[in-house]
Design a protein around this ligand. Structure first.
Ligand code: TK8
Length: 358
């Protein structure tokens, strides 16, 4: 089966699969761009195992399938990528460690748990730093962002490219939230909110008066189902494709953080590849990241509306309500600005300003 047919069947398969279960869990998505370029010279065969956290219907999976198709087609089948979704091989932290030991070839974590390798990535965890997708893309494509990818060199991880996890939204099973006071609870306890394993996210939710609980993504659904946590925060497409709406009644369009993904390869795997294969992998990573951002964009509002159709009470916040959250989390900048680096933050803010001034 040619690669392109397989990815089409994957797309159709994903849509059909979910149509059978409920309504379609994929919007009317753009097809992947046609795979161009000649077949590269034969530098041997490689089977790459790739573990990711999200479901087969997610932009993360669909773009990874496109990445696999490019490599398969441009090497005439000599490089194949087997993708293991749904955190089945482990969570972000575990799979990055597996890259270091060489027991896994690729993974696709959020930047937030990767700050243990490259602390500067924590700039992406600062709340409300990236006001628009355009600004976020400009930052991810900037030289300073590339230097963060380069900073992985020697850690056992080859960081290939950024793409979009997306704007994080709060969901919970306790009450509607439209203000920081609703998070903290005036005459009731603060929400217990699962966070990624990242100190800035812990600080955000502590500052808002919640009880933050760091936890691996793969454990989150059952923790919400059992009431161990009231809520979590992730992009709408993740909430939908991971079926969080089955255990979460309320969503609030906080857009409090824009999180990138990083497509990563084990340095051991990378070093086994001929330079011409390495060049192809880097090009395929760039092309698949571009497609992933396209899919994430098409998924975003559509997922929110799907969640609403499936019974989730979605609270949209107006500028004044967002401003109240921005003001409430200002102490996070006071605490983390000096630790992340004021110069780095200023450099990112300058890139943001250039896009919003256009
Ligand atoms: C998936 C994670 C997830 C992230 C989280 O591997 O942990 O909440 O947003 O998408 O990277």
């Amino acid at each position: 089966m040619t690669a392109i047919w397989r990815s089409t069947l994957t797309l159709a398969g994903a849509a059909t699969l979910t149509l059978g279960i409920a309504q379609a869990q994929t919007p009317d998505l753009s097809d992947p761009p046609a795979i161009e370029g000649d077949v590269v010279a034969d530098h041997g065969s490689h089977t790459i195992r790739m573990g990711i956290g999200l479901a087969e219907t997610s932009p993360q999976y669909l773009s990874s399938q496109y990445f696999a198709d490019i490599l398969e087609q441009r090497t005439d089948g000599r490089i194949t990528v087997n993708i293991f979704p749904n955190s089945q091989l482990g969570d972000d932290v575990q799979m990055m460690e597996m890259l270091q030991t060489g027991t896994l070839d690729m993974t696709y974590p959020s930047t937030s748990p990767a700050t243990t390798y490259v602390p500067e990535l924590a700039v992406f965890d600062l709340p409300f730093l990236l006001p628009t997708r355009e600004a976020a893309i400009a930052v991810m494509q900037s030289d300073v962002a590339q230097s963060m990818l380069d900073a992985f060199d020697g850690s056992g991880i080859k960081a290939l490219t950024f793409s979009e996890n997306g704007y994080r939204q709060l969901s919970n099973s306790a009450r509607p939230v439209e203000s920081p006071e609703d998070v903290a609870g005036l005459d009731v306890r603060g929400l217990t909110v699962r966070t990624m394993e990242n100190p800035v996210h812990l600080s955000i939710w502590e500052t808002l008066g919640a009880n933050p609980t760091p936890m691996a993504f793969g454990e989150l659904f059952s923790a919400m189902e059992q009431g161990v946590v009231d809520g979590q925060e992730n992009p709408w497409s993740t909430i939908l494709t991971s079926n969080f709406h089955e255990v979460q009644d309320y969503g609030s369009e906080t857009r409090h953080v824009y999180t990138p993904f990083i497509l990563m390869m084990s340095e051991r795997t990378w070093e086994r590849l001929d330079p011409e294969y390495q060049e192809l992998v880097q090009e395929a990573a760039r092309q698949s990241a571009e497609y992933e951002i396209q899919l994430a964009t098409e998924y975003d509002d559509w997922s929110r509306d799907q969640l609403e159709e499936r019974g989730m009470q979605i609270t949209r916040l107006d500028d004044e309500q967002i401003a109240a959250f921005q003001e409430a989390v200002q102490p996070v900048y006071d605490e983390w600005g000096p630790r992340i680096g004021e110069d780095l933050i200023a450099e990112i803010q300058a890139i943001v300003a250039e896009t919003t001034n256009d």
